[in-house]
Design a protein around this ligand. Structure first.
Ligand code: NAD
Length: 358
């Protein structure tokens, strides 16, 4: 099977971690009868420098014409003071909008080797394996009306609108049920249906959708309780589905159960366009170009691509197992270093993975 992958190295540590990931993909392809055709494109600060725009039309076109997009990271001090439409982040938002990526998948998995990186007690986080499915293009971040208006008394009033249509809820619910099916078959929908009408509709639609997935056990939590449960007893969760605002907050909270930003992958999926697979962390300009970056979040993002875009779960697991094995062998980049472990750079961590995979 041949797949076209658009590579977006972006800025900062982006090119370093993506180079390692491409090498891993090249090694994983033959044993699984896969063929990857890579094409590179510009985004973020690198694109601004070359073309004046953070998301050149050519980049979006290349992404649309591929089977998946592997993005590293964008941004850096150099571009921080440009006007908003020319900022690297605008490129990222444009990419999400241009590909209609409405589902954001953020796994939070505790790796036994890094359990001490968590700020929570070992017995609380041991074995945590959660997938947060966040709606990404609707809800209060996009609802109309929005803005700061003046009232009759001359006082200012800030307004945002939380709104979801039935079809917006249905499509994210469908993604979440299908993911729960591929995982342990448990889905928890998070809302605020005791107070918000939009949440009541959310809950009604998710319940309706559940009729199509009799093998998935559906539960519901109010968002305040979900936040408490996430830090009290995170092991009760498998897949969580929620709207844009609640998902923004809960996915970061869930991610931090693991304690290590250099290890967290993510995926953003649309209906028919290719998905974008990227690490959760940014471009880390403080360590860029020094061969100090942890490439594992990017490598694990490629594993998500294999699982969710190409339906190649065995190849995905092989990469995830190799990451575990590298950690078992004691290799650590600076961000996850602890006493008695072997400190390696970005490139050397990649070489360890290649050796394990070979
Ligand atoms: P950051 O994630 O880049 O860095 C935060 C800290 O974590 C830094 O100390 C950094 O060195 C460290 N870190 C991050 N990733 C690491 C890795 N793989 N290996 C080792 N250490 C790592 O966040 P920031 O400093 O807030 O932002 C820096 C730039 O990245 C900004 O321009 C910001 O806008 C951008 N950013 C981009 C994305 C994205 O591309 N999706 C996400 C967040 C931030």
């Amino acid at each position: 099977m041949a797949y076209r992958i658009t590579l977006l190295p972006g800025d900062g540590i982006g090119p370093e971690i993506l180079a390692v990931t491409v090498d891993v993909l090249k090694v994983i392809a033959p044993p699984f009868d896969l063929e990857f055709v890579f094409q590179e494109a510009l985004i973020g600060g690198a694109a601004i420098d070359a073309t004046g725009e953070p998301l050149p039309a050519e980049t979006l076109e290349k992404c649309r014409n591929s089977d998946a997009v592997l993005l590293a990271a964008i941004g850096g001090y150099k571009w921080d003071n440009l006007p908003r439409h020319q900022r690297p982040e605008t490129g990222l938002l444009g990419l999400r909008a241009g590909l209609g990526l409405f589902a954001n998948l953020r796994p939070a998995t505790i790796l036994p080797q890094l359990i001490d990186a968590s700020t929570l007690k070992k017995e609380v986080v041991e074995g945590v394996d959660i997938m947060v499915v966040r709606e990404l293009t609707g809800g209060i971040y996009f609802g109309q009306p929005k803005g700061i208006f003046e009232t009759e008394t001359g006082e200012k009033r800030g307004v945002n609108t939380m709104a979801y249509t039935e079809s917006e809820i249905d499509r994210i619910a469908k993604v979440a049920f299908e993911i729960a099916q591929k995982r342990s078959g448990k889905l928890c929908s998070v809302d605020k249906a005791n107070v918000l009408d939009v949440s009541q509709l959310w809950r009604d639609q998710v319940i309706k959708m559940s009729a199509n997935y009799p093998d998935v056990e559906l539960s519901h939590l109010y968002v305040d309780n979900a936040a408490m449960q996430l830090v009290r007893a995170p092991k009760q969760f498998d897949t969580i589905v929620t709207g844009n605002l609640f998902g923004d907050i809960l996915s970061d909270a869930a991610a931090m159960l693991t304690g290590s930003i250099g290890m967290l992958p993510s995926a953003s999926l649309g209906e028919s366009n290719p998905g974008v697979f990227e690490p959760v962390h940014g471009s880390a300009p403080d360590i860029a170009g020094q061969d100090k970056a942890n490439p594992l979040a990017q490598v694990l993002s490629a594993a998500m691509m294999l699982r969710y875009a190409f339906d190649q779960p065995e190849a995905a697991s092989k990469i995830e197992d190799a990451v575990q094995e590298a950690l078992n062998q004691g290799y650590r980049t600076g961000d996850i270093m602890s006493e008695g472990m072997k400190l390696v750079g970005c490139r050397a961590m990649g070489d360890v993975l290649l050796k394990i995979l070979a």
